[in-house]
Design a protein. Structure first.
Ligand code: FAD
Length: 336
């Protein structure tokens, strides 16, 4: 693994600030994962874990103390009823200046991907995006991130006073380190000033249940599904496993699935515990979006399909026969 050096500067060890994500007053699982990892790193650096939530409506009493958080900043601003890129960046810049963390972490979802480059520029921090692991080396953060469409991993070491990283959802397991432990809640109001852009409406995508980027089980279909109607077969399999349905670009371009279901280089990057690829050949652009999945199962009638080189388990056969069989069997086993 290579060590990439970012900007020059001196490092000093302060606390770890996690930028929390919330929806409808609830803390998202991705934040519990990240706080757990931050607590692990914090114990090696003798650093405390702080969490910040920003918005107009905030989680009232986030239960993150048990995951290792010591302080939770609830930063409200009536101007930010919805996510505002420059508003959130300005508010968090002010908070970072006040609490002086050495490490700032967020999730590499749509929110983190939009926010962190702005925030890192504002506070002059080196930023490693889309990481799959975080560790400590000689008292400093080391962020591991996939490069070359996931073919290699690189370790990023920071040389700026603030070390910033975003991590893929499902990279870490949320761990309760201290049952019943409460974090100190600190309410703040920070005015972002005039907002350059205001988000008026956020439309719900067609994907049901959990968003693909956060799903722990994904069933994806490719060109071989042949029609949008046949995708219902995949939905049945997904339902039996509590999974979210994804698609290859060929399936999306053919009109079998909507674009928000696309996995890959020009679609979503996913990191589930289980990825079942049905009738997907395994093109490099598809692998770029799912190769860090913990377990990959491929169903394909061609034993030479490239997906089998990446799969942990492969089933050679016709998906139209196999998917109904698997659905029935999973339902039976999981209802026992
Ligand atoms: P195919 O490659 O046609 O594979 C279909 C597979 O189904 C075959 O392996 C076949 O053996 C199998 N099959 C057929 N019938 C059955 C059956 N009855 N039962 C079981 N197996 C069956 N692709 C993405 O997915 N995501 C991206 O984000 C993406 N971005 C791209 C960006 C660029 C710049 C470019 C150039 C391409 C991109 N692509 C992307 C496209 C990518 O190169 C492939 O064309 C695409 O992934 C192929 O999709 P597929 O595997 O569904 O189809």
């Amino acid at each position: 693994m290579a060590i990439e050096r970012l900007e020059e500067g001196e490092g000093n060890m302060g606390n770890i600030l996690v930028i929390g994500e919330h929806q409808e007053g609830k803390v998202r699982k991705v934040t519990e994962e990240l706080v757990s990892k931050a607590a692990e790193i914090g114990s090696q650096l003798s650093a405390e874990v702080l969490v910040a939530f920003v918005g107009a409506t905030l989680p009232e009493a986030p239960d993150l103390g048990s995951f290792g958080a010591k302080k939770i900043y609830l930063v409200s601003s009536p101007k930010m009823t919805k996510y505002s890129p420059d508003g959130f960046a300005k508010v968090l810049e002010a908070l970072i200046k006040e609490v002086s963390p050495s490490i700032v972490l967020g999730t590499a979802g749509p929110f983190g991907k939009d926010l962190f480059p702005r925030l890192s520029a504002k506070v002059g921090a080196g930023l490693a995006t889309d990481c799959t692991n975080l560790k400590v080396h000689e008292g400093k953060l080391v962020a591991t991130r996939p490069i070359f469409a996931g073919k290699a991993l690189t370790d990023v070491l920071f040389q700026t006073p603030i070390q910033m990283a975003t991590t893929r959802p499902n990279s870490f397991i949320p761990k309760v380190v201290s049952v019943g432990q409460k974090a100190e809640l600190l309410k703040k109001e920070i005015d972002p000033g005039e907002l350059k852009a205001v988000v008026r409406e956020i439309l719900q995508g067609q994907v049901g249940k959990t968003d693909l980027t956060e799903a722990s089980v994904i069933v994806s279909g490719g060109r071989a599904m042949k029609s949008a109607e046949n995708f219902k077969l995949l939905q049945g399999l997904a339902d039996s496993l509590g999974a979210t349905v994804g698609a290859s670009r060929a399936a999306v371009d053919s009109g079998y699935a909507s674009h928000d279901m696309q996995v890959g280089q020009t679609g979503k990057t996913v990191n589930p515990n289980l990825y079942i690829a049905c009738g997907i050949s395994g093109a490099i652009q598809h692998l770029a979006g799912m190769r860090t999945s913990k377990v990959i199962v491929a169903i394909n009638k061609d034993p030479e399909a490239p997906i089998f080189k990446k799969a942990d388990y492969g089933i050679v056969g016709d998906l139209f026969q196999l998917i109904p069989l698997l659905t029935t069997e999973f339902k039976r086993i999981l209802s026992e």
